[in-house]
Design a binder for this molecule. Structure first.
Ligand code: ADP
Ligand code: MG
Length: 371
């Protein structure tokens, strides 16, 4: 099962193309599903549409593939507006979430089918199907039917069937969601190495932030038909544009308070008079919340001096989760809850619940978010 995709002559020398989405709006009846979407996906990029179920990811993917029509806006592939082209003339290959394999056909026929439809000469079909099956490591199973394959193998057939067409853009709709957890982790690395080998511009749809973070160059985070932010995994995690992005990419602590002026700057004032310095650019009275990550807090039972550049908070441990490499504490700080990650070493004692503790917040890591 530890197969790696092997190099191939398939699609060798093919030039990567970019995908642009310009002001796309799509509604089903009165339900506006995609709202003024603008995206610029670069040639050869592994790009993700990430967002919760129902936010419009599949709808946008199907629009690129040519299975949906937008009321407004355009899709451009390799600099060419393809909005008016039918799906089969777009040089786009889509792997569906369900795989959609033909159950009565062998693996080989499933992979050959698209080429037969396009009336590719027999000898070339044989050569390209062999190359595609080789690429996904399924040559030895070419005569089986889909029902005689594992989930991971079916997923590879679906991939081979799409790649054999030699598309310029590969669209993957939650391709790993039907696999068990271990295979999912293995397959995502295989997908990445395949994508790099072919240099194939790829759009990967997922609701799983870890999946997007581990394999994609850039991510568009979507919510309710709107692209909330586009960036690399690290940009989105470290500099989220809003509370939705902050919470969708990892755990976010979010505090309520007021922005006030003090000598030499502005601070975020919470209950109990705790004041956290804010960066320039946040004006007193601004509406918003303070966001920081669980690893930006340092928990201590014995008080002592606060760390340099940190703001001291006091609280009580309410819950704890032992995660092995770390312990996640839920701490009450004057009526607001925060989560704290403390690294764990063998032999360290865990803090019991109801323990009074201090927290030192790395103030420069906190972000003021207006929405
Ligand atoms: N053919 C359709 N007709 C009407 N509504 C649809 C259709 N396809 C999708 N929708 C609606 O559009 C929204 C976005 O769906 P979808 O793109 O499948 O979301 P995602 O893939 O992010 O889970 C949902 O509210 C869904 O119910
Ligand atoms: Mg979907």
């Amino acid at each position: 099962m530890n197969h790696q995709f092997s190099p191939t002559s398939l699609a060798a020398g093919m030039e990567s193309v970019g995908v642009r989405i310009d002001g796309v709006d799509l509604s089903y009846g009165s339900h506006r599903v995609l709202k003024d979407i603008h995206l610029d996906i670069k040639p050869g990029e592994f790009f993700a549409f990430l967002g919760p179920s129902g936010c419009g990811k599949t709808t946008l993917l199907r629009l690129i593939a040519g299975f949906n029509t937008a009321q407004r806006g355009a899709v451009t592939i390799g600099g060419r507006d393809i909005s008016g082209l039918p799906a089969h003339k777009r040089d786009v290959g889509m792997v569906f979430q369900s795989y959609a394999l033909w159950p009565h056909m062998t693996v080989r026929r499933n992979v050959a089918f698209g080429l037969e439809e396009r009336r590719v000469p027999r000898a070339e079909i044989e050569r390209r199907v062999d190359a595609a099956l080789d690429l996904v490591g399924l040559k030895h199973l070419a005569d089986r039917r889909p029902s005689q394959l594992s989930g991971g193998q079916q997923q590879r057939v679906a991939l081979a069937r799409t790649i054999v067409i030699e598309p310029k853009v590969l669209l993957l709709d939650e391709p790993l969601s039907n696999l068990d957890a271990k295979l999912r982790v293995q397959m995502r690395q295989e997908l990445l190495s395949l994508q790099r080998k072919l240099g194939l511009t790829t759009i990967f749809v997922t609701h799983d932030q870890e999946e997007a973070n581990t394999i994609c160059d850039r991510i568009a985070v979507m919510e309710d038909g709107i692209v909330q932010q586009v960036g690399t995994p690290q940009e989105l995690y470290d500099h989220p544009a809003n509370l939705f992005v902050a919470g969708f990419l990892g755990t976010a602590n979010v505090l309520e308070g007021q922005v006030r002026a003090v000598d030499g700057g502005t601070v975020f004032v919470m209950g109990g008079g705790v004041a956290i310095p804010l960066p320039r650019g946040v004006e007193p009275g601004a509406e918003g919340k303070l966001m920081f990550r669980p690893q930006n807090l340092f928990i201590r039972q014995d008080g002592g001096e606060p760390r340099d550049g940190h703001v001291r908070l006091v609280g009580v441990v309410r819950h704890r989760e032992f995660l092995g490499a770390s312990i996640r504490y839920a701490v009450d700080i004057g009526g607001q809850q925060v989560q704290v990650d403390a690294p764990h070493q063998a032999g360290d004692a865990l803090l019991p619940t109801d323990t009074p503790i201090t927290l030192d917040l790395a103030a420069d890591k906190a972000r003021f978010l207006r929405r």
